[in-house]
Design a protein around this ligand. Structure first.
Ligand SMILES: *Cc1c(COP(=O)(O)O)cnc(C)c1O
Length: 243
C-alpha cells in the first residue's frame, strides 16, 4: 500500500490508523499529567494523494496537516477540503521560496536560519499580516541535518525576537536516528528542557505554546517528554513512494 495512488480499500486502514494513534496520544498525554486535548496530531501529507487527505479530514477528524515542499503544497491545495484545517510547512525552506508560501500556510515550523526568519518578517510586513513560525533546532548537532545548531541559535535569538510581524510560537525538532529508546529519550528531554528555558526567558515577539517533536516511530516517547504536537505521516497513510 503506498500513499500516492488512490485505492478505496486503503481508506479503512487510514481510519483505523488514526483512531489507534489518537488513543495512544491520549494515553501518553495522561501518563505525562496532561489532558488528551493538550497534544495535537498533525497528519503529514507529503506524497499523499488528495483523496486520502480529504478522507482523513472529512471522516477522521484531522484538522492539522503538514507538507514539506512549497511546490507540492501549492499544487495540491486547491484539491483539498481545507475549511477549518490548519496548514503548516514542515520542510526546509529556502529564502527564495519564502514569498510563495508565507501567506498560504498558518505556520512555518521549519525556520532554521536568521535569514529565513528575516525574509518571512519582510514578506509579512509587506502584506500587513503576522506570520506564525517555529524555530527548528538541530538538537543532535548533526552536520547533515537542517535546523539551527544551538550556538548559532543563541547568537540569533535577540535579533529574531525583534523582527516585526513575526510571532515565534515555539520550537520544532527532528532528533538523530538512535540505536535505542533511552538514547532517543535523552534528546527529547534535552529539547524539552531547552523549550522551557526559552519559554521562560523574555524575548520580544516570542509567545511559546508549541513544542513540535515526535513522528511515526517515536510520537509516544516524544509526548512523554513534553511534546504537544506530533507530526505523523507513514503511520497514518502508509509507506511513502517518492517517485
Ligand atoms: C516526513 C516528516 C514527518 C513524518 O514522518 P513519518 O515518519 O512518516 O511520520 C514529520 N516531520 C517532518 C519534518 C517530516 O519531514
Amino acid at each position: 500500500m503506498t500513499t500516492n495512488s488512490f485505492d478505496a480499500s486503503h481508506l479503512e486502514v487510514i481510519s483505523e490508523n488514526i483512531k489507534r494513534i489518537k488513543n495512544e496520544i491520549s494515553e501518553a498525554a495522561i501518563k505525562s499529567n496532561r489532558s488528551p486535548d493538550d497534544v495535537r496530531l498533525m497528519a503529514v501529507t507529503k506524497t499523499v494523494c488528495p483523496e486520502y487527505i480529504n478522507y482523513a479530514i472529512d471522516n477522521c477528524g484531522v484538522d492539522l496537516i503538514g507538507e514539506n515542499k512549497v511546490q507540492e503544497f501549492l499544487s495540491k491545495k486547491d484539491l483539498l477540503h481545507l475549511k477549518g484545517v490548519e496548514k503548516h510547512l514542515i520542510g526546509h525552506l529556502q529564502t527564495n521560496k519564502v514569498k510563495k508560501i508565507v501567506g498560504q500556510v498558518d505556520m512555518i515550523q521549519s525556520v532554521d536560519s536568521l535569514r529565513v526568519a528575516q525574509s518571512i518578517s519582510n514578506e509579512a510586513v509587506k502584506g500587513d499580516f503576522e506570520a506564525n513560525i517555529l524555530l527548528e533546532i538541530n538538537i543532535g548537532d548533526e552536520e547533515s541535518k537542517t535546523g539551527f545548531d544551538k550556538a548559532l541559535f543563541e547568537e540569533s535569538l535577540t535579533e529574531i525576537s525583534s523582527l516585526p510581524n513575526l510571532k515565534v510560537k515555539g520550537l520544532m525538532t527532528i532528533p538523530p536516528i538512535c540505536e535505542n529508546t533511552l538514547e532517543l529519550e535523552k534528546y527529547f528531554e534535552k529539547m524539552s528542557n531547552y523549550y522551557e528555558e526559552i519559554k521562560n526567558g523574555s524575548y520580544g515577539n516570542f509567545d511559546f505554546e508549541i513544542l513540535s517533536m515526535g513522528m511515526s516511530g517515536d510520537y509516544k516517547e516524544a509526548i512523554l517528554h513534553g511534546s504537544n504536537l506530533v507530526r505523523v505521516g507513514s503511520a497514518i497513510f502508509g509507506a511513502r513512494n517518492y517517485k
